[in-house]
Structures are given as structure tokens and as C-alpha cells.
Design a protein around this ligand. Structure first.
Ligand SMILES: [Fe+2]
Length: 194
């Protein structure tokens, strides 16, 4: 494993196109490079109300985020807007539960989701996890008693996704927000503009 800076990783990502992101180039890169955990600290902001989505960088073809998870914080079951998603655990552990793919989601239709395999718990340093809509849907929870930090690469960016409402059994289109941008909170970004 080659020690790599976040800048080098971003350089690699910025060289990719929509086409190359469809190949195994990212998988190969992640298998042969390791980025020091500390590189992600400037982008690591925990959020009390929900898991935190902190943007590191975004282009037409990808977005890279640090997600922060306090104990018991979780996502609903969701899809990935037809994009590819790689996840790396930087600290702690997260539990992933997968559901079988359901094809194009029809608004207003009720779905009964079938779990695909057993829930999987990943620890910092484990191999990256990958998902896309052809493999299925998933939910993520920090089922541990300690905070967790993960890094998520989406190609291309995922501005919205379908979220499963377990009460109505229907999907709802959800816009995804950022908690911080390039290491800055909204308040700091606004102050800078003045
Ligand atoms: Fe996801």
C-alpha cells in the first residue's frame, strides 16, 4: 500500500471522466493506496441531530465526503441515484444492511424490501465497501458506542436519492445536504462573503 496524501488522491480523481469512473480504476487505486486518517480531520465535523455530510471536493464527475456518525446515528434505506459509491471506514465501526435491487422506483408504489444477506459491520482499516443500484439498496448505522468516521466517494455526485419510508412502504425523493463545505461551516462561509 502506497502512502498517499489527500491532495494526490484528489489529483487522481480530477483526472477521471464519467467513462473511467465506470471501470475498475477506483477499486485498483483504493487497493494500492492508503491515505492517512489525519488528512480527513479538517473535514470532520460531528453533528448532534443526524449523521454529518461534510464535503471535501466536488466536480462534474465525482464528489468526496467525510461522513460523521455519533452512536446510534443512521441513514434510512436508500438508493444511490444510479451512481457508484465507495466507502472507507476511517474511525470506529459502521453496520451496513443491504436490500435486494428493485429496479426503477415508481412514485406512489408500495414496496416490500427483501434483505440481501446479513448485516455487515466494518471497522477502520477494512477493505472499502461498494454499492450501486444494480446491487441493491442499503442503510447504514453506527451501532457501536463510539463515534465513527467514513469517507464516501460518489461518481458522479448524488444530489438526491430515493429514501424508503418504512411506515408508508413508499419511497420519497430526498435532497441531500452538506453540513460543511471544504472544511467550513455555513456560518464561516457566509462571514467570509461579507
Ligand atoms: Fe448509501
Amino acid at each position: 500500500m502506497k502512502p498517499t496524501s489527500l491532495n494526490e488522491f484528489l489529483g487522481f480523481l480530477n483526472q477521471q471522466t464519467a467513462e473511467t469512473f465506470k471501470t475498475d480504476i477506483v477499486d485498483k487505486y483504493l487497493k494500492s493506496h492508503v491515505i492517512d486518517h489525519e488528512e480527513f480531520l479538517p473535514y470532520t465535523f460531528f453533528r448532534e441531530e443526524t449523521y454529518g455530510r461534510n464535503l471535501i471536493a466536488k466536480s462534474e464527475f465525482f464528489e468526496l465526503l467525510v461522513l460523521t456518525w455519533l452512536p446510534e446515528q443512521r441513514t434510512a434505506i436508500h438508493d444511490h441515484n444510479d451512481q457508484r459509491c465507495w466507502m472507507l471506514l476511517e474511525l470506529g465501526s459502521l453496520t451496513f444492511k443491504n436490500y435486494e435491487p428493485i429496479g426503477p422506483i415508481i412514485p406512489g408504489k408500495k414496496y416490500t424490501l427483501k434483505p440481501a444477506g446479513r448485516a455487515q459491520t466494518l471497522k477502520a482499516g477494512d477493505n472499502p465497501v461498494y454499492i450501486d443500484d444494480s446491487l441493491g439498496l442499503h442503510s447504514i448505522v453506527n451501532a457501536s458506542r463510539k463515534p465513527a468516521i467514513s469517507v464516501h466517494l460518489y461518481a458522479g455526485p448524488v444530489p438526491k436519492c430515493q429514501v424508503y419510508n418504512e411506515t408508508t412502504k413508499m419511497f420519497e425523493l430526498s435532497e441531500l445536504e452538506y453540513f460543511t463545505f471544504s472544511g467550513q461551516t455555513w456560518t464561516e462561509t457566509i462571514q467570509e462573503l461579507h
